[in-house]
Design a protein around this ligand. Structure first.
Ligand code: HEM
Ligand code: HEM
Length: 154
């Protein structure tokens, strides 16, 4: 692989992950509106239901899950291509942890659809934890970006 292509690849993962940061915020808003619709009184519900928040939350959520899995393995692939190894540090471990959390949360959907309250609460809790870790992951991620930039080929 040419050296400049390998270097530019370094920025695909950070850019994608910033997009996913925004996308997960949007998914959260849609999730909260889904709950509002579900728990509203009959009149308000009639209004809110037009927003199709549940359906949109599911669609954006599915996209988020897919890109998150690809983004995580992509980050590992690029790290391996550039260094011939992975760095078993906080960014790798928390990243893998986040992808596990969102996967577990999504695996609960069949139960949520059957009306299981614990599954519903766990879905929200797992994903909120995932988003909290995202804040931290963005900081450690930008530190890696800085390091790559400072060591850029002349
Ligand atoms: C950013 C991450 C996410 C957050 C913060 C989040 C949050 C929520 C919230 C607050 C609810 C409503 C719970 C209630 O009605 O009490 C919900 C429901 C749901 N979520 Fe998520 N979610 C996330 C990701 C996902 C993903 C990735 C998927 C699917 C691939 C998904 C699918 C669903 C489904 C199917 C429901 C049930 C909706 C319904 O009752 O119609 N969510 N989520
Ligand atoms: C939000 C901003 C983020 C930034 C700026 C960022 C930045 C980076 C950078 C620069 C690398 C080095 C690999 C490369 O050159 O492409 C990397 C690796 C990696 N990233 Fe991220 N990242 C972010 C978010 C995430 C998230 C959300 C996850 C997972 C959920 C993740 C998982 C990983 C993994 C698993 C690696 C491989 C680490 C290793 O083996 O050392 N990153 N990231």
């Amino acid at each position: 692989m040419s050296e400049s292509l390998a270097f530019n690849l370094n920025f695909v993962h950070p850019l994608l992950m910033w997009v996913l940061f925004g996308l997960s915020g949007y998914a959260m808003v849609l999730g909260i509106k889904t709950k509002k619709t579900r728990t509203a009184d009959a009149d308000t519900r009639k209004q809110l239901i037009k927003g199709q928040f549940g359906k949109r939350h599911f669609q954006i959520g599915a996209l988020l899950l897919a890109l998150m899995v690809l983004g995580t393995f992509g980050g590992m692939a690029v790290t391996y291509l550039n260094n011939g190894k992975l760095f078993v540090g906080p960014h790798l471990l928390v990243g893998i942890g986040m992808t596990c959390l969102i996967t577990l949360a999504v695996a609960l959907i069949p139960l949520i659809q059957q009306g299981n309250l614990i599954a519903r609460k766990a879905h929200v809790g797992l994903n909120m934890l995932m988003m909290t870790l995202f804040l931290w992951q963005a900081v450690s991620g930008m530190q890696i970006v800085n390091k790559i930039w400072e060591n850029r080929p002349a």
